[in-house]
Write a protein that binds this ligand. Structure first.
Ligand SMILES: C[S@@+](CC[C@H](N)C(=O)[O-])C[C@H]1O[C@@H](n2cnc3c(N)ncnc32)[C@H](O)[C@@H]1O
Length: 282
């Protein structure tokens, strides 16, 4: 595997994914009962935005640094800016990965498991994460962890599945793993990230999810380029299964704010819609 998330940390796709993740974590805290969070492809805890790799790609520059400059006062993103410790007029030195965002949201009664295949990344996550709740990091295959750890004893919580999509069959493997995990835990909140590389590929991803015949799926797509611009990553997609109350409206306005903060005028779009209804005919 060649993938290193340091090149992409803090880009528009990370922002979109983490805004959705944070909303779902906050929603779980509307009740006192403990929750469990499983991050199957966790990466590390924090990414140094001064590292050579991050500077070379400049993705954070066009992503989170631009968003802080243009949109820091927007109330719809206030919780996200607090979570990543962004401050008005300051450049961000390090960008939190999903384990830091999850760990920062845990209460004493909550629990999280971070799974990462690369030992160096997993060790960094274990070293860097501090949390009120109980956290554990495993060096392992995230798809195997879905089988091993679901359903959790808490019976409420979320799963983030955020693979690198380096291999052509990653979507197929991810969908199979998700379908199996959903059968184990049909009441869990699942967040599944996918890239948007062209209009045809985006339609295909939506169709493949729909074919799983699972109710309560919401897709939240944020593109900063036209789908067929041929730029590699035109947009970021997040499929949320069993989205908490209010997710649709919140993500519509949060993504509109992100889009206006970082996309060139007239380029790309925000689309947040239900893919499947509350109930499906058998
Ligand atoms: C997109 S990055 C994760 C970013 C992270 N979730 C975040 O939001 O900050 C994907 C990660 O998955 C790891 N990875 C790749 N294949 C994996 C597998 N089968 N199981 C677990 N981790 C894997 C990569 O090393 C990489 O760190």
């Amino acid at each position: 595997m060649n993938y290193r998330h340091i090149y992409h940390a803090g880009n528009f796709a990370d922002i979109a994914k983490h805004v959705g993740l944070l909303y779902c974590l906050d929603a779980l805290k509307r009740k006192q009962a403990a929750f469990f969070a499983l991050d199957s492809h966790s990466g590390r805890g924090f990414y140094d935005l001064q590292a050579a790799e991050a500077r070379k790609s400049a993705e954070a520059e066009r992503g989170i640094q631009r968003l802080i400059e243009n949109s820091i006062g927007d109330p719809v993103l206030a919780d996200y800016f607090t979570a990543i410790r962004a401050r008005r007029g300051k450049r961000l030195a390090r960008y939190p990965g999903s384990p830091a965002i999850v760990a920062g949201s845990l209460r004493r009664q909550d629990r999280a498991l971070f799974v990462e295949l690369l030992p160096a990344e997993a060790r960094a996550a274990a070293r860097e994460i501090e949390s009120l709740g109980r956290v554990r990091t495993e060096i392992d295959d995230g798809y195997a962890a879905l089988k091993a750890f679901l359903p959790p004893e808490e019976r409420r919580g979320l799963v983030l599945i955020d693979p690198p999509y380096e291999s052509l069959d990653e979507l197929k493997i991810m969908l199979q793993a998700f379908a199996d995990a959903y059968r184990r835990w049909p009441t869990g909140i699942f967040l599944l990230w996918y890239p948007i590389r062209s209009a045809t590929q985006r339609n295909m991803v939506h169709a493949r999810f729909e074919a799983l015949h699972i109710p309560k799926m919401l897709y939240a797509d944020l593109a900063i380029h036209p789908d067929d611009a041929g730029v590699g990553l035109a947009g970021s997609g997040l499929m949320i299964v069993n989205p908490p109350f209010g997710t649709d409206d919140y993500l519509r306005s949060a993504y509109a704010s992100i889009h206006s903060g970082i996309a060139a005028a007239g380029s790309g779009y925000v689309e947040v819609e239900r893919l499947t209804p509350e109930r499906l005919a058998q």
